[in-house]
Design a protein around this ligand. Sequence first.
Ligand code: FAD
Length: 422
Amino acid sequence: MKANRRQFIGGAGALAAAGTLAAPAIAQAKPRVVVIGGGPGGATVAKYVARDAGGAIHVTLIEPLKEFVTCFHSNLYLGDFRPYDSITHGYSGLAKHGITLVHEAAALINPNTKTVRLTSGATLPFDRLVVAPGIDIKFDSVPGYSEKASEIMPHAWKPGPQTQLLKKQLDALDDGATIVMVAPPNPYRCPPGPYERVSMMAHVLKKKGHTKSKIIIIDPKANFSKQGLFSEGWEKHYPGMVEWQDPKMHGGLKEVDPSTMTVKTGLADYKAQLVNVIPAQMAGKIARDAGLANESGFCAIKPESMQSAKDPNIYVLGDASIAGDMPKSAFSANSQAKVAAMMIRGELAKSQTFPARYSNTCWSLIETDDTVKVGGRYEPKDGKIAAVETFVSKTGEDAELRKQNQAENMGWYQGISADIFS
Ligand code: FAD
């Protein structure tokens, strides 16, 4: 416990002290890696560089949150399949790897001076910087929506209070209620996530006997991840409760109006008791402000290393990056982080490196013990991260196989959480 306290630095005041302490550390001429963002991408890369370099590289992780609530499995929390506590993680487990944790936000990256300025004003120099801030929500991509409107019509696409608000609203509904989900356009975090969320909402309604309730999905896409599997599952478990509309059907989303709880489309105006708006997304502000993003709003990377296409001293991981065929998922971010950690140690500690290999699997729970999955292996090819092998569950599968998928899903969560946070 005492050792942990020495490794960890909390708040601006303590960081000022760290600033004065930084000089002797620099005198030791240890290479410095600074990581922005303590999610699956950032926390994993910080751990793997620090642990595997065995003290040869100084690693600082900048993350304002003291507790990280995972978006992954937040749908299972919504569906009453796991408690909120079980998707909440602290950072104390990372201390033993010798990481310096700074609980503040990074305010500015200066690639020329190779420094990061924190909100407190303190400046951290780096030899290599890893930028893994996740996504920002493009509130203005949905007419009528705003950050303020999200307090009434939650997006719950960033974890924490938004997820809890959505859960509270779901649990308070009466039978016969209408839920409208405005689904996001590509590319977005967790391609099957909105449709797993619909399944979990339907599960909660059905369990309460609220089978007269309805969930309408207004989708800007003509198709979606694991569509056949979800459609089959909704038909089987929640007949008549889920209605998916593509742009040809709804004729375009015109506006959401939080004051009347209405979603207006070319087809109809829907008055709802719960509206879940998931807008378009972009890389976190710190990455965009540093000029790391292109016109898509996300950051191009070199597929061999996860280095930014714009600056070889900066790596970009996870949802903020453009990772070719890899979806934006925690599994992907964790996999990319391990490649980046290996390359960074290769550059700064001359350790051996191997060609980049990535992997991903996304499980989705449709109803109790009915879980489907999609995934693949990926390698650098033709200038991008390309899928070299993919797999996806099939419709009409055996119930036992679907049950096994759910056991894998729960085991994966356990394993990846430990891998990221301890
Ligand atoms: P994040 O997890 O967003 O972490 C980024 C961190 O950076 C945050 O902690 C933030 O506080 C910090 N940060 C931002 N800006 C700054 C700054 N300026 N300074 C310092 N820190 C900063 N993935 C799966 O693999 N499996 C699933 O089943 C799954 N289910 C999902 C379900 C839902 C409903 C959602 C929304 C997502 C799901 N995902 C799933 C996706 C997964 O949560 C994300 O892909 C993953 O969290 C991305 O990791 P990241 O490290 O890139 O970003």
